[in-house]
Design a protein around this ligand. Structure first.
Ligand code: CMC
Length: 429
């Protein structure tokens, strides 16, 4: 294959190198184009821009393929656990038994927040959204461990990443308890990652939370399915911040902020709110679908569509099956699930959605499963953030370890006013 491309601009031909990834994705390298021709490339929303080379996650959106470090998501969902997958993403390999024990022990050793951090939770109003608390408190963790922020970040990476991965769930549970005016629960070293999180969320001083293996497994699966998703909005944000050599906590706190929006991680909360709205109005979903097709309505079918998947989101398939299993095992009948099923069926047969290749994404079913697990709606996006932490850390690591990496700094095409004069305030109209 010829590994160059030619571009003609104003009668001049420019030769640009091309490259191919390990899964035959091809790219034209335009990094020298401006220096050679004076032109930049414009790609609103980055739909066709490769911002980096990465070895972590592969997606083929047309074929509905998602692999972490080369391993299909379906296989990991069936055979693995969130913590094993976190090791895979962060360290690039599945752990041996000894490595897994070491990794788990490190998480346990680092699960407690600095005691003084408790006072910070007191300062937030009870109405605070837990995503605001989560991003603020992740950033605040670094203040308590200044030794981690000096010197070469590679030297501190192992303990720093364990601290972040472990403490994100402690912070999330504390934020929830605070929002309900409930006393906080300290983590229990004997419990595994996901069980420990459920204990911190739901135990009470007068009653320990009874751990149900069905619930623990379902939540672990949700974490696992969200663990990475290549260059999405929040991960690209983490890499952007990391490229300035900001620390891991600052980079990942920025990722939490990016995830919060309803077009990204906030969609799981928005799906449940949409289903509630449809249910309360007595609609069977058809009126809402018509509104979602009308751009003037300002409505969208939340949980549908994806920038990359133009086929079924493979995570949605797994989570739909898990959702059916959990609801039947816990003997829950949920009218919102009936509405979701009707919406899915109607949308998959409607020409508007078919022509635009809009399929259900992971958020369409994750909200229903979390509701069945009694996770409050405002915590849905926080659960996504806990799950995504290994992916953010792995991406932070890739940027941090790339000694030749440059700061991320896109260009723009300026379309504002040209060379204006400064008018003194008295003369302004
Ligand atoms: N409902 C109705 N119309 C839609 C929807 C939807 N959910 N999604 C896209 N469209 C339409 C869109 O209006 C456009 O129509 P037209 O060609 O007539 O202008 C067409 O489909 C193409 O959409 P787009 O806006 O160019 O797609 P995008 O790649 O910019 O946006 C998306 C992707 C996920 C933001 C969008 O599909 C969306 O807003 N979906 C609902 C929110 C959602 O579920 N987000 C979670 C994504 S999965 C979790 C994650 O990885 O973050």
């Amino acid at each position: 294959m010829d590994n160059t491309a030619e571009l003609k601009l104003n009668g001049k031909t420019f030769t640009l190198p091309t490259l191919e990834g390990t899964e035959q994705e091809r790219a034209v390298d335009v990094s020298q184009l401006r220096a050679q021709s004076g032109y930049i490339t414009l790609d609103d929303g980055y739909g066709n821009t490769g911002s980096c080379k990465s070895k972590i996650t592969f997606i083929d959106g047309d074929a509905g393929i998602l692999r972490y470090r080369g391993i299909p998501i379906e296989v990991l969902a069936e055979k693995s656990s969130f913590i094993e997958v976190a090791h895979l993403l962060i360290n690039g390999k599945l752990p041996t038994s000894a490595e897994l024990t070491r990794f788990s022990n490190l998480l346990t050793e680092n699960e407690l927040l600095h005691e003084d951090m408790k006072f910070h939770f007191e300062g937030f109003p009870t109405s605070s959204h837990p995503m605001a608390i989560l991003s603020s408190m992740i950033n605040a963790v670094s203040c308590f461990y200044p030794e981690l922020l000096s010197g070469d970040p590679k030297q501190h990476f192992e303990v720093e990443s364990a601290r972040l991965l472990s403490q994100v769930r402690t912070i999330a549970a504390f934020a929830f308890r605070k929002s309900r005016g409930l006393p906080i629960n300290y983590p229990k070293p004997a419990l595994k990652y996901t069980a420990n999180f459920l204990h911190m969320m739901f135990s009470n001083p007068y009653q320990e939370y009874a751990l149900d293996p069905v619930v623990v497994r379902a939540l672990d699966l949700i974490f696992l399915l969200h663990a990475d998703h290549e260059q999405n909005c929040s991960t690209a944000t983490v890499r952007m911040v990391a490229s300035s050599k900001a620390n891991m906590f600052a980079s990942c706190a920025a990722g939490v902020c990016a995830l919060w929006g309803p077009l990204h991680g906030g969609a799981n909360q928005a799906v449940l709110e949409m289903l509630d709205e449809i249910h309360a109005s007595g609609d069977d979903g058809s009126k809402f679908i018509n509104a979602a097709k009308d751009k003037k309505s300002g409505k969208k079918l939340m949980g549908f569509g994806h920038r990359v998947y133009k086929n079924y989101d493979p995570r949605a398939k797994i989570i739909k099956q898990a959702c059916d299993d959990v609801l039947s095992k816990l003997q829950i009948s949920d009218p919102l699930l009936d509405i979701a099923n009707k919406l899915e069926h109607a949308a998959l047969h409607d020409s508007y959605f078919v022509e635009r290749k809009l399929y259900p994404n992971v958020d369409f079913y994750s909200g229903i499963i979390m509701r069945a697990l009694k996770i409050p709606t405002e915590m849905f996006t926080v659960i996504f953030a806990i799950g995504r932490m290994p992916g953010w850390i792995a991406n932070y690591r890739e940027v941090m370890e790339d000694n030749s990496g440059r700061i991320y700094r896109p260009r723009q095409v300026y379309v504002g006013p040209v060379n204006q004069t400064y008018v003194p305030i008295k003369e302004r109209k």
